[in-house]
Ligand binder design. Structure first.
Ligand code: SF4
Ligand code: ZN
Length: 419
């Protein structure tokens, strides 16, 4: 049986107006994920008999059992059945969780997959908001926004610290399977790239161009996702762009993409180079997983992540950098990026590629793990290249890391000057 939802039965107001709302730590009743606890979100395509439409289950403590200021794990599992549903759509629907949760007044959501980070404000708690209500919002929004592909949907919210460690394995397996489907696809192999303008609600002039080798800078929209999203909603935020005439193959500039950018950015951006961060680079919105910045003294670039709150060699923390280069403007020398873009063969190739990276937090090295080593080998930098990249244990200013880079004979030191 299909349930028709007319109103969302939750005690808080829901609407796009609250999308940009931030909830500071001191205003949060409870927070989940963001490196502080295990978290994940997962949309799975299921068989009809596996999904009980409208069902919401909370496995673990409800909000009343969570003391003010506490941190709990959170797994959001959304099971979907639909006759027209496809496995390729899972990632697209999963990205919508970010927007739908942020529609709630007193709710805050950033990042995605097993990086996601959620806060529930004291104001929402006082109004009687429950963990279960996250499910109410998601079910209502998924059913109203995607009636063509979703017939049934159920939500499981896991807040138990033991059970989540089991459930996250399902999610990790799904994420790797999705990433594996992209491997082998190159920017040249396809004529059509996709745009993403989902973030224009935050950054009105921002456009992401998503290519097989360049994931959206939120890390959550791959070329396959953008393609699937366009199939679901042909007039939606992901539009195909035929690259057309190439203006600069090295810096990566195409006429059709420039034209799209000009219109898509409300006529604020005239040209974009996809393969360099130094001249007319892609714009950055606000939800990038990581930011890179030029380090002139080291003749290289550094990358820092949302998870790394500490200082970095460019003199700014992640949030300082985010304030400098976010908001949908082009900032040469700075660029937001999805973590996995570092392992791409098209990682700033015009600037020297991966060999330019001289600093990143330990956490990012560990997160990318073998994939980063494989990328270094593929780029001809050798398997020990990752050990030549400095991190916060080496230092957090340029003067401190330079001797380390010299000792390790980091390849960036022998490259052409960046500026
Ligand atoms: Fe789309 Fe880019 Fe925003 Fe990701 S960061 S949702 S790819 S516009
Ligand atoms: Zn964004």
């Amino acid at each position: 049986i299909k349930i028709k939802i007319v109103d969302i039965p939750v005690p808080i107001t829901i609407g796009p107006a609250f999308e940009g709302e931030t909830i500071r730590k001191k205003d949060a009743h409870v927070e989940f994920g963001g490196g502080r606890s295990t978290s994940f979100e997962l949309v799975r395509m299921c068989e009809a008999d596996e999904v009980e439409d409208g069902k919401i289950e909370v496995i673990g403590p409800e909000i009343d059992e969570m003391p003010e200021g506490s941190v709990f794990p959170l797994g959001i599992m959304i099971d979907v059945y639909g006759r027209k549903m496809q496995e390729d759509f899972e990632g697209v629907l999963e990205r919508r969780i970010h927007y739908f949760v942020n529609y709630g007044e007193g709710l805050w959501h950033v990042a995605q997959r097993n990086m996601m980070w959620v806060r529930i404000g004291k104001n929402a708690k006082e109004l009687g908001f429950k963990i279960k209500d996250i499910g109410e919002i998601l079910i209502a929004k998924f059913k109203s926004d995607y009636p063509a592909i979703i017939d049934r949907v159920q939500v499981t919210l896991v807040t138990d610290k033991d059970i989540i460690e089991e459930k996250i394995k399902l999610a990790m397996a799904k994420y790797s399977a999705r990433d594996a489907r992209l491997k082998g696809l190159t920017d040249e192999a396809v004529e059509t790239w996709y745009t993403c303008t989902l973030c224009q609600s935050f950054a009105p002039n921002h456009v992401c161009i998503v290519t097989p080798e360049h994931v959206g800078l939120c890390g959550a929209v791959s070329w396959l996702d953008a393609k699937a999203s366009n199939e679901i909603t042909p007039t939606g935020p992901n539009q195909p762009v035929l690259k057309g005439e190439c203006i600069d193959p090295v810096k990566g500039q195409w006429q059709n993409l420039n034209d799209f950018f000009y219109t898509g950015s409300n006529r604020t951006i005239e040209k974009v180079n996809f393969y360099t961060m130094m001249e007319d680079p892609m714009t950055s919105c606000g939800c990038f997983e990581a930011i890179m910045a030029i380090l002139p003294l080291c003749n290289g670039v550094m990358v820092t992540t949302r998870e790394h709150t500490g200082d970095t060699p460019c003199g700014m923390t992640f949030s300082g950098l985010a304030g400098t280069c976010g908001g949908g403007v082009q900032t040469p020398g700075f660029m937001g990026l999805g973590r996995r873009y570092l392992c791409s063969a098209k990682f700033i190739p015009a600037d020297g590629g991966l060999g330019r990276v001289v600093w990143m937090p330990k956490e990012l090295k560990e997160f990318l793990g073998q994939d980063l080593i494989d990328a270094a080998v593929a780029a001809g930098l050798g398997a020990d290249f990752v050990d030549k990249i400095a991190d916060e244990t080496v230092g957090t200013d340029e003067e401190a890391i330079l001797p380390f880079l010299e000792e390790k004979q980091h390849p960036a030191l022998a490259m052409d000057p960046m500026m």
